[in-house]
Design a protein around this ligand. Structure first.
Ligand code: CP
Length: 316
């Protein structure tokens, strides 16, 4: 297996099956630190730089929490408008990263431009972790989700997935690439204007992903072991920021309600949502036995601990 030390985490297209299991194993080893709510000193000599060009609650703070749990230091920016990349200068990724690499030992980047973290990785002498790039990918989120499935179901292979939402979304791309490494058939349900692109489907066919598409969650929910939902009412992820405004409601085709779960879902299926949500999962689903999104949030810290420990060479 390739070493993770010094490695960029840009895409799950790069990940091999044994690497997924290795990351899950390291996460499992570090989990007691998070569970006991204490900070260790594993990364006490390391600093993480966050470079967030787009809003985030979970991805940035879970990385920061993970770094604190491992005793490391954190610096960076959450609002690029207050940097030279976001003002009159529009400083380039190259020039910005050639500074940031001296301020820390790993850089976590979220950007509205697809491929920005890849561009950063070309210039940085420290590892780059992709915290979500435009419509591109969101690898740390899907590693979190797969780890959650492993913890909740005891296995990944042999489970059937239902993915609902906007298939242009970066999480969906990372999910599809990841599942090519497992025995996991998947059904995608999306509005026609948000469906998988022909180009992406061609890519998936190269990797032999067992997938099909359906028009309504009711057509696929009964056979799903894992239901992963993302909004179809959401901002344009290629913009740095969009303010709240008028928006529609989620059509029934893309909504997971308490009634639908009770009437149609397997009794032991699990429901994931990386959040934020709109109305695609109403709050009364939160206390049903299917929901696992709060566990997903906790696992998000554990997974980032594992990735930081690995890329910074504290664990092999
Ligand atoms: N799931 C996720 O990426 O959330 P944030 O946008 O809050 O980071």
């Amino acid at each position: 297996m390739r070493s993770f030390s010094g490695r960029d985490i840009l895409s799950l297209k790069d990940f091999e099956r044994n690497e997924f299991f290795h990351v899950f194993d390291v996460a499992q080893q570090l989990e007691p630190i998070a569970r006991s709510r204490r900070n260790s000193d594993m990364l006490s000599e390391k600093t993480m730089v966050v470079a967030f060009y787009q809003p985030s609650t979970r991805t940035r703070l879970a990385h920061e929490a993970a770094m604190h749990r491992l005793g490391g230091h954190v610096t960076g920016f959450a609002d690029a408008k207050m940097t030279r990349a976001g003002d009159w200068y529009q400083e380039s990724i190259k020039d910005t990263v050639k500074m940031l690499e001296f301020y820390g030992d790993v850089i976590v980047m979220r950007h509205f431009q697809q491929g920005a973290p890849h561009e950063a990785a070309k210039w940085a002498s420290v590892p780059i972790i992709n915290g979500g790039d435009g419509w591109g990918e969101h690898p740390t989120q899907i590693l979190t989700d797969l780890y959650t499935v492993l913890r909740e179901k005891g296995r990944i292979d042999g489970l059937r997935w239902l993915a609902v939402g906007d298939m242009r979304m970066r999480t969906m791309h990372s999910l599809a690439y990841a599942l090519t490494q497992f025995d996991c058939p998947i059904t995608f349900v999306a509005p026609p204007e948000m469906s998988l692109t022909d180009e992406f489907k061609a890519d998936l066919n190269n990797y032999s992903l067992d997938y099909r598409e359906a028009e309504h969650v009711e057509q696929a929910i009964a056979e799903a072991d894992v239901i992963l939902v993302e909004p179809v009412v959401q901002p344009d992820y290629t913009q740095a920021r969009q303010e709240a405004g008028e928006h529609g409601m989620t059509p029934a085709n893309y909504k997971i309600t308490r009634e639908l779960l009770a009437n149609k879902a397997k009794s032991d299926a699990i429901l994931l949502h990386s959040l934020p949500r709109m109305d695609e999962i109403p709050p009364d689903v939160d206390i049903t036995r299917w929901s696992r999104y709060w566990q997903e949030a906790y696992n998000g810290v554990v997974m980032r601990m594992a990735l930081l420990a690995l890329v910074l060479g504290a664990m092999e």
